[in-house]
Design a protein around this ligand. Sequence first.
Ligand code: AMP
Length: 542
Amino acid sequence: MLDGCTPWSPEIAEEYRARGYWAGEDLSGLLRGWSRAHGGRTALVHGARRITYTELDRRVDRMAAGFRRHGITAGDRVVVQLPNVPEFVTVFFALLRAGAKPVFALLAHRADEIRHLCELSGAVGYVVPGEHRGFDHTALAAATMTRCPALRRVFVLDGPVAAEGFVALSDVDAEPAELTAPDPSDVAFFLLSGGTTALPKLIPRTHDDYAYQTRVTAELVGLTAADTYLAALPVEFNFAWGCPGVIGTLRAGGTVVLVDDADPDECFDAVERERVTVTSLVPTLVQLWLDAADAMPFDASSLRLIQVGGAPLQREIAERVEPAFGCRLQQVFGMAEGLISFTRDTDPHETLMATQGRPVSPGDEIRLVDEAGARVAPGGTGELLARGPYTLRGYYRAPEHNSRAFTPDGFYRTGDLARLTPEGDLVIEGRIKDVIIRAGNKISAAEVEGHLLSHPAVGRVAVVPVPDDFLGERICAYVQPVADAPTLQSLRDALHDLGIADYKLPDRLEIVDRLPLTGLGKVDKKLLAKDAAAKADALRKD
Ligand code: AMP
């Protein structure tokens, strides 16, 4: 396995193979098989573009050879930052076929996050969209190249490639070459952690574990070649990429429809036009869709399933999904680190509305523990720990963090608080990790605090979530100023100028003389979160 990653023990690996979870499938090899099985069928749709399985496989072969010609070799890491376009899929499989390892960045990431991802992964390549929604990614790439000497090549989807080291993605093309197939037990690609630390962590996903995750989730969703999946969420999210998402749909021989935006206008049109059967959304988006469907009815008769997850789903919203869209709702609780839990089609109404279901694999092991690490009594709430055939054993190049994030026997500490119903279904009750979930995006409080502290007017700072009816949570910063108090706008501008993604900028600012401390001398964030919630509530009532 790639250096810097934590492998499963040989005994556990053997067990996962013996039980049929790990089938020795390499993801790019799987594409070859899908192309043989479903050749002329449509694999990808984007606007007026339609790409068959045969075309996809052929393009991937040529692009893999092209990447090699441009100096990308086996084991190299390549940061991929693209919108929901067919090239995301092509680039992913082509890098895998060339033996390289894609590192998924969020499209919203800016200079600070990209530099960190490049440094941490030691990336030699970076794939960017050119200009996207008014932002010049090639300028960002050029700046990143000067700061990260290992970065040699930037591949541009569209736009100018005049600079040294820049290559148009359309020129990543060569006669297909005989390439050694990747080892299924090795790392295939990296997902980004929604983590708790000041600097985001990388999650290594192996061919074996991801192939299994997509197989087991596709089976549970009952995907077949007759299905059409709408990729409305950014595909770099694990939820949209592999739960079962894009990869699960392709392995079933179905069609993936990629849209640029999850907004109702574009998505309702795509559902009608392409007869979409399945999609996945975060709660904020499902709420947006529900409100829009009231105002502009559309033909949703093809939809059979909407998966909702990534953030807590309010009961009232859950209840509206089936009547509004005439399809099933599936609650999904999951994480890029691994563990996924689904409600099932056969579940009673109450389970569908009020729980996050059961882990998807019989190989998933979960435990609920108290602060001392002891198991909670049946029905009690505790921190959820997880271990299994698609749950990581360690973040990439993070030995110190790993010693805290995992138990000695390999369970991942999710930081989520959960309980189990008598029927064995998970109910997510909250979290102990210092993370804000805003419209499904995960924001590490420590990361934002670190950036805010670099502002000259900020003496001390604590960042907490504040409840929001639509976004779920917003970001509230409590600041103890040095002298003159900063304004919210000045802090947002400063963070923006530092190259921080916009979704992490604080939404609210509270100026305090002194941050409250706990008996142990730490900032009392629980008290601050309560205060923020009370203030938001008072504002709402005004
Ligand atoms: P990510 O890896 O970015 O998908 O984030 C995973 C985290 O999102 C989990 O550890 C939870 O904190 C949160 N999460 C995911 N699904 C749900 C859900 N259905 N309800 C509540 N929180 C969720």
